[in-house]
Design a binder for this molecule. Structure first.
Ligand code: NAP
Length: 867
């Protein structure tokens, strides 16, 4: 039972919303012994399942999974009748849970919270409702769901229609009878796609107005999956645990099969299995790369389009119903029961608004650019102001009276999707920046509720009364949320995930796409690091451990995990020969890099013998000579060859439009310092002398190199300057070795755990140069004479032990009057920027490198970046 308010009108917590999240929040807060008041504008519990009563409304996550897991007895007492339960059954379930735990007594229905203001003096929220009720609380929790504020009809004349108007999101409780009526449905998202087949059963004529064709797969509804029921019966707790630590909130083994490399038969088999299964997470897991790689995505998309064409008999309608303007999964895909089949019925018509847009709603019906339609009823299935809409619907004002609406004017900003700076003790359940709508909501809801409960308990035990994220932690999280989205195809779509469905709403990827498991880990890590990024205050003082919980690019983190899982021996424990063999074996499995026009191999005569080179010529126009870049591979002067950096050279060539000449140089320990540096200088001289026959423009020459290759590249620059030539237009140094001092902060921060370790760097130096030689400017070019060097682009990666020497070199060059561009590889390691086709987040850095190269050569032709 709830603790009553000790002072009338004053509660420990106010919760807004009595759906899945609000009910569970109330249950947990009571267990903490807090006094709680829950408000909901609806007349009963249920949240989204109270309002969305349109015909055909069902969940689209199997009900075995779309349910609470916190109460094992409840799980035994409730049996779902179908794989995907109907709205009435889910509503019954929520009522059952409410009554089972006696929650109703603390909920005030038909009451809307209109404003919430933080009172700085009292450190309380002042809450006002539409019943003019005022109350105060310490904790204010929004459990208002992600899709609860319907989008108002943004169609001219919407109010003029004289017939009956329905919104799928506000369906009348008494239902609607369309028998014998001419009905229009506007919108073909999940709500439209679920309701259209049932409305078609009653209506005498049904006209569907479609702006964007949507991907949908058959739900194959029926009894719950026998396999899943068996799993639950055998080990319910294990099953729920796996769900909590899965990517989407349902136990599922993510595939590692890539669409682009799978055989045709494997592609077909995987797709047909997912189609037959009828589950969203299954069809989103046909290939590991379908959410990232357009080519892979298109394989799945085309197979769905084939299915649509095989179902819909009218080829024109089939074509119009086949989505082509967005990648599969970037708008929420739908599950249907007979949706596409409905368009084979003689009384159902599809109007493609891309061909004939709506001009206006009229008294009688709808006018499009080409036709006037008359209707008896109009159904809007036009969606929601998703994720942010419900939160800013209340006039929330935090510190200094700043409103949430103002703070979020250009997009939401949260820490973990749970809180936002400037709004102490204000919690959001499944807020923007959390997995929410991309996951099985019930799992995400339980995780959020439990996190908030744990937090309030910890605060109380430590004697704190307020909690609020710091600006640094919040901006770090926002960045991470956007980084996660940026490596996927999602930001390309005009989806409600991007806020694109609401005119004027800022374009901003709203949910967290890094996965339920990764997200849960981040939330847990915040707690185990003493509430990292939160400021807590109370009578006992203030505690704040400021910081950013996830700084690494998500795909870099994934690669790191994969490499760790391989259990490879540390390279610094191997012989040079074994290390080379390991590197060569690893290179076999990576993508080849982009196509270029031509690749030819040749040999340069160097000071110590032949030096193999590989020449990359860009594809396409212009014909004729191009600027030249001499490139030196990485590998600590010990490892690497023309093959090791082949994908990177292709990428540099394709992006910059320059000829790239990758030159191998003598390696240590067979040829120690200064062999590599001398070879590099000799190679630059040779390429300069042979520019025309290589197809280059004489005099338009730059150098580039990664890691130890950056070392020899810049040493070659210094030697060329001292020798009075060749003239070099610029140098690009990617995470270069420029000094032998291994005590810099970046060594301390990143010397372990990021592939290039301090131990490995020591191994490289030991192989390459005697300690007495390591201060020589041809080994440590940072110690050289720097004036007169060409314009320079240096890439410094956050998690690289060499980061600070790269930065120091940039500063020293600047001080010597050299033009320098320092490109920060945010969230990258020493090796990740160069992992072409593997680490997608490295692409913008390589684009910056290519731009720097093009700028070295003023007459170079601009290039299209490789896809
Ligand atoms: P939605 O996915 O946003 O779909 C709205 C539809 O209306 C879209 O086809 C949209 O076209 C169209 N539309 C919007 N404004 C329009 C205009 N002015 N003129 C013409 N067409 C217009 O909304 P929803 O179908 O309600 O679904 C929202 C989300 O709720 C779903 O994605 C899902 O997450 C959830 N949901 C789940 C279930 C379930 O099965 N459990 C059921 C319903 C909803 P554009 O695409 O061109 O904008």
């Amino acid at each position: 039972m709830n603790k009553p308010a000790s002072v009338p009108g004053q509660f420990d917590a106010v919760v807004v919303g009595a759906g899945f999240s609000g009910l569970y929040m109330l249950y947990r807060l009571r267990q903490l012994g807090l006094s709680v008041k829950v408000f909901d504008s609806a007349g009963d519990v249920g949240g989204t399942w109270y309002w969305n009563r349109y015909p055909g409304a069902r969940c689209d996550i199997p009900t075995t999974d779309y349910a609470y897991s916190f109460d094992p007895d409840l799980e035994q007492e409730w049996t779902w009748s179908e794989k995907y339960a109907t709205q009435p059954e889910i509503l019954d379930y929520l009522r059952f849970v409410t009554d089972r735990h006696g929650l109703r007594s603390d909920i005030e229905f038909s009451t809307t919270v209109t404003s919430a203001r933080w009172d700085e003096q009292e450190e309380r929220w002042r809450i006002t409702t539409d019943a003019r009720k005022e109350l105060r609380c310490r904790y204010y929790i929004m459990a208002t769901g992600c899709l609860s504020v319907p989008k108002s009809p943004d169609i001219d004349g919407a109010s003029r229609f004289a017939g009956r108007v329905y919104f799928t999101s506000r369906w009348p409780h008494e239902g609607a009878d369309f028998t014998g009526q001419r009905v229009a449905v506007i919108g073909t998202g999940s709500s439209g796609i679920q309701s259209i087949p049932l409305i078609a059963r009653q209506a005498s004529q049904l006209t569907v107005f479609q702006r964007t064709a949507n991907f949908s797969i058959p739900a194959h509804n029926g009894p719950a999956s026998a396999e899943r029921l068996k799993q639950l019966d055998e080990d319910r707790e294990g099953y729920r645990h796996d769900a909590r630590w899965s990517r989407g909130g349902i136990p599922l083994e993510p595939t590692d099969i890539l669409g682009v490399t799978a055989s045709e038969s494997v592609r077909r088999e995987r797709f047909e299995a997912a189609w037959a299964q009828g589950e969203l997470f299954g069809i989103l897991n046909v290939f590991a790369d379908q959410g990232l790689n357009p080519a892979s995505n298109d394989i799945v998309a085309e197979m769905i389009r084939e299915k649509i064409r095989s179902i819909v008999t009218d080829p024109g309608a089939a074509e119009a119903l086949s989505p082509k303007d967005h990648y599969f999964g970037t708008k929420r895909p739908c599950l249907d029961t007979g949706y596409f089949e409905t368009f084979n019925l003689p009384h159902v018509r599809l109007v493609d608004l891309r061909k004939q847009p709506i001009v206006s709603v009229t008294e009688e019906g709808i006018d499009t650019a080409d036709e006037s339609f008359a209707f008896d009823a109009l159904v809007y299935a036009t969606g929601f102001d998703a994720m942010t809409g419900p939160l800013v619907a209340v006039d929330v004002a935090g510190r200094d009276g700043v409103s949430l609406r103002e703070k979020w004017a250009s997009g939401p900003s949260t820490y973990l999707g749970l809180m936002t700076a400037g709004f102490p003790n204000f919690f959001m359940l499944t807020g923007p920046g959390s997995p929410s709508v991309l996951s099985n909501m019930t799992v995400s809801i339980e995780q959020h509720v439990e996190w908030v409960t744990g937090c309030l308990k910890d605060l109380r035990e430590a004697g704190f009364e307020t909690i609020e994220p710091t600006a640094l932690a919040e901006s770090g999280w926002n960045q991470h949320v956007q980084d996660c989205a940026a490596i996927t195809l999602h930001p390309t779509a005009n989806s409600w995930y991007m806020g694109a469905n609401v005119p004027g709403k800022p374009r901003f990827f709203l949910p967290y796409i890094g996965g339920v498991n990764a997200y849960r880990q981040a939330c847990d890590d915040v707690v185990s690091q003493g509430y990292l990024g939160f400021r807590m205050t109370g009578p006992g003082g203030t505690r704040c451990r400021d910081g950013v919980i996830r700084r690494m690019q998500p795909d870099v983190a994934m690669v790191m995990e994969l490499v760790a899982a391989m259990g490879l021996p540390p390279v610094d424990t191997l012989s040079a020969a074994d290390a080379r063999a390991l590197m060569a074996a690893m290179a076999q499995t990576r993508p080849p890099g982009p196509e270029v026009g031509e690749v030819t191999d040749g040999v340069i005569t160097g000071p110590g013998g032949d030096l193999p080179y590989r020449l990359y010529r860009p594809a396409g126009p212009p014909e004729g000579p191009r600027p030249l870049v001499v490139y030196f591979h990485g590998g600590g002067w010990v490892l690497g060859d023309l093959d090791s950096d082949d994908p990177l050279c292709r990428d540099l060539c394709a992006r910059s439009g320059a000829l790239v000449v990758s030159v191998n140089y003598r390696h240590a320990p067979e040829a120690r310092f200064p062999a590599a540096a001398l070879d590099a200088f000799a190679a630059v001289q040779w390429v300069d002398a042979h520019a025309a026959e290589l197809g280059g423009i004489p005099g338009q020459l730059a150098v580039a190199g990664w890691s130890a290759g950056g070392n020899v590249a810049t040493v070659a620059c210094q030697l060329a300057r001292d020798a009075g030539g060749p003239y070099l237009a610029g140098q690009v140094l990617i995470c270069p070795v420029v000094d032998s001092d291994m005590t810099r902060l970046s060594y301390q921060e990143n010397g372990e755990g990021y592939i290039l370790t301090t131990a490995l760097m020591r191994w490289f130096w030991d192989h390459y140069a005697d300690p007495a030689d390591r201060g020589d400017r041809r080994a440590a070019p940072l110690r050289g004479n720097l004036p007169g060097l060409p314009p320079t682009c240096i890439v410094a990666a956050d998690f690289d032990p060499l980061r600070d020497e790269g930065v120091a070199y940039a500063r020293a060059l600047e001080a010597a009057g050299v033009s320098v561009r320092l490109a920060r590889a945010r969230g990258h390691t020493h090796t990740s920027v160069t992992m072409v086709g593997v680490v997608i987040s490295g692409a913008p850095v390589r684009a910056e490198i290519a731009e720097a190269l093009r700028n070295f050569f003023p007459n170079a032709a601009p290039q299209e970046p490789p896809s």
